[in-house]
Design a protein around this ligand. Sequence first.
Ligand code: BGC
Length: 311
Amino acid sequence: MGDAQATTRELGRGISLGGALDVDGDDAGGWLHERHFDAVRDAGFDTIRLPVKWSAHMATRRPYLVDASFLDRVDRAVECGLRRDLNVVLDVHHFDELCAEPDRHRERFLALWSQIAQRYAGVGAGLCFETLNEPHEPMTAREWNDLLAAALAVIRTSNPTRTVIAGPVLWNTVGGLPSLRLPDDRNLIVTIHYYSPFEFTHQGASWLEDADRWLGTTWGTESDRARVRTELARASAWARDRDRRLFLGEFGVCANVGMAARSAWTALVRAEAERLGMSWAYWDFGTDFGAFDLTRHAWRAPLREALLGTG
Ligand code: BGC
């Protein structure tokens, strides 16, 4: 491998703090406390991915300022992670209007990145920026490639070497990788999300139409396992050909699936990712996919074991 290995941040093993700052409303992130960051650090993770729904907390008119009180909350979460020597991946999550109408929201998206980049320019290299979670239709690959280059240029004016993460259209899936045009920037890590087979990992998901039809979908045969290996190997080959590092930025199985199958899938995906040299972040800490039980303030042991190999 070339200098991509040397210059980008090693993210190791991570977990997304979903359901906190990636929601609407003034109480976004209200449940998040120091003790949750302690739990992540003490379990042995290296990285926290912080999904943030900035678009719900910023003006829709120029100069598109993000609410000051919301910025303070994000600051606190970033600091909570960095203070514990965790890397923090700060993500733009659920900017759905951008995917719906990329031209119309371009200026707002770039203004957002300008604000984030300037605010955190002086923060250490443990903080990484993730340009946009799961770009998807109707935004096309061409439109996304163009926006990505523009956002990166904005970031680079104040953060010349910070690690930036970007993934392809089609919701960051492996199938989107061939259409991704990467700017010539060595501090860029490519992210993919892996939830395959989707009918298994998302069965009964309340936010998806018709997901109830998938309830009872099983997983775990030799051919099921082979498919995971093949798909992740395809992503890895794509990255190797381009001398890029891969971050498996989301993967997980929702709680409608029995724990044995859930943890078996998670263990395989995690092990394959590591074998292929990818860093990763499990989706997620405390929501429907949660490896951590917020009520008991305790890890779900089989998922912790699947992710970290510890009891
Ligand atoms: C979304 C979550 C969803 C997860 C799995 C994330 O990117 O923000 O709402 O539960 O993907 O589909």
